[in-house]
Design a protein. Structure first.
Length: 138
């Protein structure tokens, strides 16, 4: 990952990616690496250490792969939202059910992006989530 103290990196949005699927990690990592406005501060597997890493890194936006979380994805979203209320939080999933989307948003995510639409939808969702101040002060 790039050095967060580098002045060039300071102007970029800092992203934390939480994923346990080894096949999916490089897809998202490569996509984020192609975006000059983003700084991927870390990629971590879904585990009990997610909250500690998020607290230490304090990213502007967190991407959470719901399909591989070893904890309840909705619980992880709620815990991350409570820990970092101003961080953007985007869930990534294969599921495209309206009830599921509503549950993800109710848990505290800014957005749910389908993995099948990653290229078209992820960057705009990151931009919106980084700007979304609806969750109040940290």
């Amino acid at each position: 990952m790039k050095n967060r103290t580098d002045p060039e990196q300071q102007s970029r949005m800092h992203i934390l990616f939480i994923a346990g699927n080894p096949a999916f990690r490089p897809v998202v990592t490569r996509f984020l690496g192609e975006c000059d406005e983003l700084n991927l501060v870390d990629v971590i597997p879904a585990s009990e250490k997610v909250l500690a890493q998020a607290r230490n890194l304090r990213p502007q936006v967190i991407l959470l792969d719901l399909d591989t979380s070893d904890r309840s994805g909705l619980e992880t979203i709620a815990n991350l939202r409570a820990l970092l209320p101003r961080a953007g939080l985007i869930a990534l999933s294969l599921l495209d059910a309206e009830g599921y989307r509503q549950a993800v948003l109710a848990a505290g995510a800014n957005d749910l992006i389908l993995k099948s639409n990653l290229r078209a939808d992820l960057l705009p969702a990151i931009r919106r989530a980084a700007q979304d101040g609806r969750h109040g002060p940290e």
